[in-house]
Design a protein around this ligand. Sequence first.
Ligand SMILES: [Zn+2]
Length: 172
Amino acid sequence: MIAMFDGKYAFLSNFYPSPFTVDGITYPTVENWFQAWKCKDPVQFKAIATAKTPGEAKRIGRHCALRPDWERIKTSVMYDGLKHKFSDPTLKQMLLDTGDEELVEGNTWHDNTWGNCVCPKCTDIQGRNMLGIILMDIRKELRYGYGAATAGTKTSDNDKKTSEPTFKLSYK
Ligand SMILES: [Zn+2]
């Protein structure tokens, strides 16, 4: 298991520099992409999308007016951002090179939705590991082709609990 996205595996973090351009906007990291899509205000969207650091994007994103459908679409937004990130040949190969390792973003900032917090307060909480699950889905798609991953995801217990029907919701 890869249980922390640091050191050799820092590239799995959404904070890792991985610029990609969509519809004329260059997003420096997946964090910029994800935080920008939270906002309903287009001016704020642009400010977050192009913020100089992922930390800054996250800070602005925390205070923006949320899109009303955010809870419903956020997994799709994350999935799409990660698809863009791993279309880069080098990053794609690095993800493929993780083989069949389980990917979990262990953290200390109490994120038990996208990852799994390992702090003493959270020991009894099993993180949902949504980021790891999406990364493993994308890895499978990159290896076996598009559509390979969804079958696997649907049968996992974790997916049953999340009740998010699909990563392919349209939100643009
Ligand atoms: Zn914690």
